[in-house]
Design a protein around this ligand. Structure first.
Ligand code: FAD
Length: 477
């Protein structure tokens, strides 16, 4: 079905879905043909797609195009500055308006794009983005942004459920002529030599269908014990694993929220909603402080004497610190493009406090290697671990990697899975091979310093060093 009216350009970004898509629904309501576009923009920092995410993006764009084809439309791919590309496509298709959803991390950029397109006579409309509540209207009693999570959660509870999600349209009217499109394989988003994403395809199904499957399987079982199991990385699928789908907007948070509405409101279900609201909180923080990924929320940390030891940083990135739980996490990240939340906190604390490396280096590494890298959640969580963020863990809360390992990976299953060279150690030593007697190491086939590293720092000494540095900055002892 085509219409003779000028088409609407629908600009997809990190909202690669059909379901509950505000801009798409509004575009359909105009009754005009729709030109669907994805632009590969030359973005910088955490606005750019990270290395691991390029793999996801490739598959997600394929899935999106398939969904559009099923609805009688198709995706146009183009590279360049958004305003140039959109203007060119508007001329080519005689489109008079451009619709897109809001992405809070790039508000400033989008305002520029919109104003340059408006100057060319185009009608530009922006719709609500990938969060539950509007940060401009959800304010504290004194009219400011929430800076503390618990009152934020309470306000959200008080306000009741977020809006109902709206289902996917059955058809999307096509323009008489599609604009010229680039070819996805020419974007070279998939790694080739070496193919470091080998295991990704076994674990993940990028795209909206994969997101819905994840949600359904999570709601079938893991959600029933979520609160109890979510902290144990060795359990595997105890959490929803929805984060990369959320990061690419393949599912809306409102869809997830309402899906949990059909369940009995147990402590587990409520805890899951609370985690979803941590994501929401991160976005509200980002709107209040757009430099969340670059600057300390608490500027007292600007004077912190970070060090940078390149060898230690590399050992951390490669999972060769000699602390098994840290190494397991960093290797999970590399192999799966994902790391369990508890282990993100442990590895983050290790980088910041044991190695005294600036949290921004960790944030950058995660941005490049996580499939769920998200400008708000990544920045807010790194600042949370560092102690520099809003409502952050106090700096003096230094995670002990041995005790954390023993508590949250009590049988060592997680470590054995990702650090196979020490898998034969008895559980007693799996989180501290450096304390194992020689004969125990020999029986397990471990030679410290050869088959597995000695610890790159002494945790107790490193902790003291970090706390003294902190005391200097804050004047506390
Ligand atoms: P579930 O436990 O099933 O939670 C459901 C959803 O709630 C998640 O998909 C996520 O959207 C949200 N959520 C859960 N925990 C948090 C949290 N602490 N902060 C914000 N949202 C949360 N999450 C990202 O999505 N992207 C990131 O780049 C990111 N970087 C992080 C960096 C560090 C240092 C730390 C400590 C945490 C980071 N997180 C990040 C938060 C968290 O680790 C992941 O959201 C979670 O592990 C994803 O797994 P899941 O989908 O199974 O989560």
């Amino acid at each position: 079905m085509t219409s003779s009216e000028p088409p609407v350009i629908l600009w997809f970004r990190r909202d690669l879905r059909m379901d509950d898509h505000a801009a798409l629904l509004q575009a359909i309501q105009t009754g005009r043909p729709i030109v669907c576009v994805y632009i590969r923009e030359p973005l910088k920092g955490n606005l750019a797609i990270g290395g691991a995410q390029e793999w996801w993006l490739h598959h997600s764009l394929e899935a999106l195009n398939k969904s559009l084809n099923e609805r009688g439309n198709r995706l146009t791919l183009a590279s360049g500055q958004a305003s140039d590309v959109l203007l060119r496509i508007a001329k080519e298709t005689s489109a008079s308006c451009i619709f897109f959803n809001r992405h809070y991390e790039r508000d400033a950029l989008d305002l520029d794009v919109a104003s340059s397109l408006r100057a060319e006579g185009l009608d530009v409309k922006r719709f609500k983005g990938q969060i539950l509540h509007n940060p401009e209207t959800m304010k504290t009693g004194s009219g400011g942004a929430y800076r503390v999570y618990t009152p934020f959660w309470r306000a959200l509870e008080r306000d009741g459920d977020p809006r109902e999600p709206v289902g996917a349209p059955e058809a999307i009217p096509a323009p008489p002529h599609f604009p010229k499109s680039e070819e996805l394989p020419d974007w070279h988003l998939l790694p080739d030599r070496p193919n470091w994403a080998e295991e990704f395809a076994e674990l993940w199904q990028p795209g909206e269908a994969g997101a819905m499957k994840r949600l359904e399987s999570f709601l079938e079982k893991p959600v029933l014990t979520y609160k109890k199991d979510r902290d144990f990385p060795g359990l595997g699928n105890a959490t929803s694993l929805l984060s990369p789908h959320l990061a690419f907007g393949e599912i809306s948070p409102a869809r997830i929220w309402h899906a949990t509405r059909g369940l009995e409101a147990t402590e587990h279900v409520i805890h899951f909603r609370k985690e979803l609201v941590w994501r929401e909180f991160s976005y509200h923080l980002l709107v209040a402080f757009p430099k969340l990924g670059e600057k300390n929320w608490n500027d007292r940390f600007d004077a912190f004497p970070w060090t940078f030891d390149e060898i230690a940083f590399e050992a951390w990135t490669k999972g060769k610190t000699g602390y098994p739980i840290v190494d397991a996490g960093m290797r999970q990240l590399w192999r799966h493009g994902y790391m369990h939340n508890r282990v993100r906190m442990i590895t983050g604390s290790f980088l910041i406090k044991d190695l005294m490396i600036d949290w921004r280096k960790g944030e950058e590494w995660f941005h490049d290697t996580l499939l769920d890298a998200d400008p708000a959640s990544n920045a807010a969580n790194w600042q949370w671990v560092a102690g520099s963020g809003a409502d952050a863990a106090p700096f003096f809360r230094v995670f002990n990697p041995i005790l954390q390992g023993e508590k949250f990976d009590p049988d060592g299953d997680y470590v054995r899975r990702f650090v196979p060279e020490i898998a034969n150690l008895p559980t007693k030593y799996i989180h501290k091979p450096f304390e194992a007697p020689r004969e125990v190491l020999a029986r397990a086939g471990v030679t410290l310093g050869k088959t597995y590293p000695n610890p790159i720092v002494n945790h107790a000494q490193a902790r003291d060093r970090a706390l003294s540095a902190y005391a200097e900055v804050t004047g506390r002892s």
